[in-house]
Design a protein around this ligand. Structure first.
Ligand code: ATP
Ligand code: MG
Length: 449
């Protein structure tokens, strides 16, 4: 089979061959070509030692950042290509990274150190494969399978647990049974993996098309780095609103949310506080009073532990905290929340509410889903009409308030806030004369206080 290979990669393979070295495309790019997906980078492996590789590309810009591990990065037409000498990894005595890497003459040995069969395929320029572990067949079958015995592979490097789940979620592949069992059994290896590396995999996983199934099949893995999920996984909820337990509801909500990291995280964590807030009334109906605030607190703690950036964390916490606020389809309510959250977070909140409803008893929430559509349309109209939503949009400013006889100081701000509130509530128009009159009435109010 012929594949589209960039000219730069072709040039590198030909240059290596001309100097008497072997060179292959390898890893993610070969896998993606076989999946029929355009690769995002082109890794090359070679029998040449790093010094020899450098010699081959002496006239080019070379980045030597990975030299210790045998990687020479060559820039061709502005594109970086990583060229790595065939290598084997020594033992992982700290269970994080190999004690040393050893260069080896044989491609098969290099392929054997790689994690999954689909990632252990090499390809030459003519499209011929070197595939000693049956990776191409596993790709056809949509299977993720360890190279070699699964247990020691996860024990060497716990990150592979997350990589397997990430590939399953993103590609929609199944994890082969022995590999799956080894993942469950070796999940504690994740304790030795840096939070940042788990984070990077989790982001991709959650945005994957099959994230729901992975959450369904591997709750124990998620509990390994987020033990706070444990009580949610086993939460029962007896309520006319719910036809599912806490975990299955959460999974449905994740699946119903757009493939965006903040939204998926918000759905994963929106009910995390429910177990702590559960009460059961005389009719046997469960209630979870106050759970959004508890969920928000727990979510904040969990996102910090996994080193999420503060922008993502703050947004997720906000959405979790507000996921249950009453939001009637009226102009004042929509304007108030648009003003308070800003348009971006407001529309995300609508997505969160929609996804949450989709995870509930659909018979009961059909009307609410239609209402959310109506709220979105109204909000879009409010923004298109450039209605006043913030202090900056007011047709008067602080100088006008002072000119109307308010002492410079905090009261000026209070008056402007008061005007904005009346506009959002639809009581007055954002017109100069109406606002100047409004200033006087607010002034009277302040004097009475
Ligand atoms: P992506 O599409 O995310 O880049 P990838 O498989 O290319 O996926 P990289 O991190 O770019 O992932 O790694 C390149 C190759 O290196 C992999 O295809 C695999 O052969 C090997 N590899 C990466 N990480 C590991 C690991 N933790 N254990 C074993 N082999 C690994
Ligand atoms: Mg890659």
């Amino acid at each position: 089979m012929k594949f589209e290979i960039p000219a730069g990669a072709g040039y590198i393979l030909q240059t290596l061959a001309a100097a008497g070295h072997e060179g292959y495309l390898v890893g993610g790019c070969v896998r993606d070509l076989l999946r029929g997906v355009e690769p995002h980078d082109w890794d090359i492996c070679t029998s040449a030692l790093p010094e020899e590789t450098e010699k081959c590309f002496a006239g080019r810009r070379i980045l030597g950042t990975g030299l210790k591990h045998g990687t020479v990065t060559v820039l061709v037409e502005g594109e970086p290509y990583e060229i790595t000498t065939y290598r084997r990894e020594g033992p992982y005595s700290d269970r994080r990274r190999p004690d040393y890497v050893r260069f080896v003459p044989d491609l098969a040995e290099d392929l054997a150190r790689r994690d999954f069969t689909m990632n252990a395929i090499a390809m030459d320029l003519d499209g011929n494969l070197r595939d000693p572990f049956g990776g191409a067949e596993d790709i056809r079958a949509g299977l993720i399978r360890c190279v070699g015995e699964p247990d020691p592979r996860f024990q060497e490097d716990g990150l592979r647990v997350m990589r397997a789940l990430r590939f399953a979620a993103v590609f929609g592949y199944e994890i082969e049974a022995h590999t799956a069992r080894a993942i469950h059994e070796n999940r504690a290896m994740l304790d030795r993996v840096a939070a940042e590396r788990i984070n990077a995999e989790l982001r991709k996983l959650l945005a994957g098309k099959d994230a729901g199934n992975v959450l369904r099949q591997y709750p124990d893995v998620f509990c390994q780095f987020w033990p706070q999920l444990g009580p949610l996984v086993t939460l029962e909820q007896h309520s006319p609103w719910h036809c599912r337990g806490g975990w299955e509801h959460t999974i449905h909500a994740v699946e119903a949310a757009p493939a965006d990291v903040a939204l998926r995280l918000a759905m994963l964590l929106h009910d995390i506080g429910k177990p702590a807030c559960k009460s059961t009334d005389e009719q046997g109906v469960d209630h979870f009073y106050g759970h959004p605030a508890v969920s928000a607190r727990l979510a904040d703690e969990m996102l910090q532990a996994l080193k999420f950036d503060s922008k993502t964390r703050e947004r997720v916490v906000l959405l979790v905290k507000r996921h249950d606020v009453p939001l009637p389809p009226t102009g004042p309510a929509i304007r108030r929340w648009l003003s308070r959250l800003g348009p971006e977070a407001f529309f995300q909140l609508l997505e969160v509410k929609r996804a949450d409803n989709m995870g509930q008893n659909l018979e009961k929430v059909r009307g609410r889903l239609a209402e959310l559509g109506e709220i979105r349309a109204q909000a879009e109209r409010i923004l298109a009409e450039k209605q006043c939503l913030t202090l900056k949009d007011l047709a008067v400013n602080g100088r006008d308030v002072i000119a109307a006889g308010i002492e410079p100081g905090p009261e000026v701000g209070q008056v402007l806030e008061g005007l904005l509130k009346r506009i959002l509530d639809g009581e007055i128009q954002n017109q100069r004369n109406a606002l100047l009159k409004g200033i006087n009435s607010i002034k009277q109010q302040l004097l009475r206080q």
